[in-house]
Design a protein around this ligand. Structure first.
Ligand code: TXA
Ligand code: MG
Length: 329
């Protein structure tokens, strides 16, 4: 049964080196005291996360980041001023002798984020420590965007879960490396798009999305996958839909499907929302995967969206990247 805990209780548990599922504006996280090796080890165990995959650290404010010895360049200050608290994470040099080194899997850099979710902010403030929090899912799976999703995946393993409702964005934060203030690298696309970054930084600063596997250690691992096998849906091909499948379609494809000669009312369909609103699709997509997995479908036929048509604003490109990773090759 569900027994969610309060933010106050979560802070108490975190102070005692326990591990707690918490809401953020992006996805739910699995939080622990970022200075405690014992607590960090629990995160790896609960998630079955490879030991070489480092953790993001969450802070309450820029002030707290600086108190922990980090040095920010002008571009980093500007980015945090504009987008924090919020869904953006910065890769920073780990200060010498930092107690946060237990969260970095041996790297001399660390990714920091100042979340905007009110409940999580209260928890960080009360705990009074940076909190490491990867997404609260078993390694390889999509991230949870409701407390129920955390419960179903990890409920028996964690010390508590705080229910904060549906996440605002539904995709993980944008991760950037801005150590070179003239060339900002997007290591993982997210809700803050390349458009917003360019708009803020102007034409003297280049912003590019990095595609190399080594840029984020985690990118070499499987990600975001539902249990069901994902294939493209295409109305023009002769569809040979396997038994126990569900179509996961944009509103536009749904209309085409219903009026096409291949239409079969026995095939289950689920709507993703309109292609003209990628931010809305992003908000709901992991939850759709979860609901499909709960119903034990074996195959998903997903609308073949032309992602190049998405603008660089908001979550569009991040959505494209996530979906490209869940397709069965
Ligand atoms: O929105 C988010 O960022 C969520 C919420 C909970 O804050 N967190 C999240 O964490 O998505 P996680 O661990 O699921 O993804 C973090 C990614 C991983 O791919 C990891 O390999 C990479 O960031 N990463 C962490 N530390 C790194 C570092 N020092 N250098 C390069 N990549 C790093
Ligand atoms: Mg994750």
């Amino acid at each position: 049964m569900f027994n969610f805990i309060s933010a106050k209780k979560a802070s108490e548990l975190l102070k005692n080196k326990k591990v707690v599922g918490i809401p953020t504006e992006t996805v739910y996280g699995l939080a622990a005291d970022a200075t405690s090796k014992k607590a960090i080890n629990k995160i790896y165990k609960i998630k079955n996360r490879p030991k070489d995959n480092p953790l993001i650290c969450h802070f309450f404010s820029v002030k707290q980041i600086i108190e922990w010895g980090f040095i920010l360049n002008d571009v980093e200050k500007k980015i945090l001023k504009k987008f924090s608290p919020g869904p953006i994470s910065l890769k920073l040099q780990l200060p010498i002798n930092s107690k946060l080194n237990v969260a970095t899997a041996g790297l001399d850099s660390i990714i920091v984020r100042i979340p905007s979710n009110k409940i999580f902010r209260e928890i960080i403030k009360t705990t009074n420590k940076p909190l490491a929090a990867p997404s609260a899912n078993t390694s390889g799976k999509y991230s949870p965007t409701t407390a129920k999703m955390v419960w179903e995946d990890l409920g028996k393993k964690v010390d508590g879960i705080v229910d904060g409702g549906k996440c605002k964005y539904g995709l993980e934060s944008t991760i950037i490396d801005s150590s070179n203030p003239r060339l900002i690298k997007i290591l993982r696309p997210g809700p803050i798009g390349i458009f917003e970054l360019k708009e803020l930084l102007g034409s003297n600063v280049k912003v590019e999305t990095v595609k190399t596997i080594s840029a984020t250690p985690g990118s070499k691992y499987k990600h975001y996958a539902p249990r069901a096998i994902v294939n493209w849906f295409s109305i023009s091909n002769k569809l040979k839909i396997k038994p126990n499948s569900v179509l996961l379609l944009t509103n536009e494809d749904l209309i085409k499907w219903k009026t096409s000669k291949y239409f079969d009312k026995n095939i289950k369909v689920n709507s993703l929302g309109s292609i003209s609103e990628p931010d809305k699709i992003s908000k709901n997509i992991y939850r759709k995967f979860f609901e499909i997995d709960q119903k034990k479908f074996d195959f998903i036929y997903l609308s073949k969206i032309d992602f190049n048509s998405f603008s660089d604003k908001g979550s569009g490109k991040a959505l494209a990247e996530r979906i490209s990773k869940v397709l069965s090759k």
